[in-house]
Design a protein around this ligand. Sequence first.
Ligand code: B12
Ligand SMILES: C[S@@+](CC[C@H](N)C(=O)[O-])C[C@H]1O[C@@H](n2cnc3c(N)ncnc32)[C@H](O)[C@@H]1O
Ligand code: SF4
Length: 481
Amino acid sequence: MNVLLLRPDPGNERFGLGPFFRVEPLGLEYVAAALRARGHAPTIVDLRFGDSAARWVRRTRPALVGISCMHALEYGRVLETAREIRRASPGTTILVGGHAAAAYPSPLQAPEVDAICVDDGEEVVPAVADALAARRGLGDVPALLVRDGEAWSATRPFEDRTGLDSVPLPARDLVERHRNSYHCLLFKPVWLVETARGCPFRCSFCSVWQLYGRSFRERSIGAVVEDFERVGDAIFVADDLFWNHPERSRELARALLAKGIRKRWILVQTRTDLVSRHADLLAEWRPIAKDFDIFFGLEAASDAGLASVTKDAGVFASLEAARIARELHYGVTGNFLVDPDWDEARFRELWDFVAANGFQRAGYTILTPLPGTELFQKLAPVLEGQPWWKYDMHHVLWEPRLGAKRFFELYAETWRRSILNTSGEKSWLDWMRQIKPSQIPYLTRVLARTQRMMKAQAYLKEHEEAQRVSPVAPAQAIPAS
Ligand code: B12
Ligand SMILES: C[S@@+](CC[C@H](N)C(=O)[O-])C[C@H]1O[C@@H](n2cnc3c(N)ncnc32)[C@H](O)[C@@H]1O
Ligand code: SF4
């Protein structure tokens, strides 16, 4: 059966990581590999590159279209894409899945969607395709919400989480035509690789552990080594918590080294306390890439700030992790949270911490209650009516304590302290010296877009426009704890 898998254009990449991290739809590639293994014929289209969903429907004549919804900010665009497909091919079954769809499916329960996958896709999507091919209903396929007219019903959940080795390698060939467009700042093209899925920690703002029930699953060493061998020399590792299992990570490093695998660049995400306890493990991994960056959830400038988001690690771990990583010549990058509840002193505390500890390579996100989290549930009455496109961590969803104008002035000032500010510590010329001349136009475009994050007016303009349609609740509406 022909199956069309779509990665929609999120439509809101004006702030945040979107413009300078554009990576392949790896989830769809695993789903496609699973479909092939069952004899189906998948096509993947990345709509961020201007393709039209309707044109691909006419071209591939699919019986099933799968649309991925990874981020909450994409709900609106996913529904628009579903409507476009429905118009182009009314008889095609439309299935939606991905992180945000599974974590909080209700915004997608609309007439233009036929089913929503509320778990991983490797087992579910082939089972949907098999059921459609056999003209059976979807009631026997696990982990779905299925629409019947206006009513939605849930099918049985999985008894066990899908083992990652059930689909050892993703169908990367299906996105190869986009390869030269996938990039992460200085590196282009890049490949996205997954070695493990999930996280056992419990940070209050994070949707990952809440979706996966704090589980952590690993791919076998053999599968990861093979994937590393097949991809190019710049790798973004998708895992939320790299090095989580030190023995397995050590074994993986040794297996990669034994095969002679070396990369130009690797980026991994991990926790500060993990790194602060495992300097030896970082030493074993270091030779695998010429440039090796770590993205830490630094979150806050004080132990109290970290405790308030249940980070279960203190500032000492942040400083130790940075020290160890720098000594081993890793690039230390990370992210801090900015809370709309802050007063001026909290901003200054963060600026001082960043300056004192050299964290200029960090980014800053506005604390956002993500759908599917307890925080979202708690704040549901305050959030009512806020449009999903604002869930990009650079908009406010209720009135900040300092008022929107002052808050965004201080937020923009915070971003001006990052190395992405081309009028700051690292100039445009410093950036250009790091790349090949042929990449100058691309990096110039990306950096130019990024400068919006340093301008209070850019945030305020969007905030005021949104206020006219969906005003935010006052700061006093936020529950005290
Ligand atoms: C890679 C990634 C990105 C990439 C984009 C990747 C892409 N191709 O589009 C980049 C770096 C650009 C990015 C940006 C952002 N991201 Co992001 N991202 C991730 C990350 C780390 C990995 C996703 C991944 O590829 N996993 C591996 C694959 C194999 O798994 P998967 O995608 O989940 O796919 C499986 C299932 O979901 C399902 N599935 C997937 N698609 C489909 C489709 C159908 C039809 C079906 C049935 C099933 C299905 O099957 C797959 C196999 O089981 C996740 C973390 C996570 N755990 O999800 C965060 C994550 C999704 N991102 C997040 C955030 C917050 C952001 C940003 C807002 C960050 C920022 N500061 O700006 C921006 C938003 C960008 C934008 N404007 O669109 C949050 C999402 C929060 C939310 N609920 O909205 C996450 C969960 C990270 C976190 N810890 O908070 N991101
Ligand atoms: C850097 S990675 C985390 C790496 C690693 N798992 C850790 O926790 O250290 C993801 C970061 O995105 C930011 N983030 C995730 N969910 C968020 C939310 N709901 N609001 C604001 N920022 C968020 C946090 O700073 C989080 O650390
Ligand atoms: S922020 Fe990081 S450590 Fe915390 S729960 Fe999410 S993935 Fe795990």
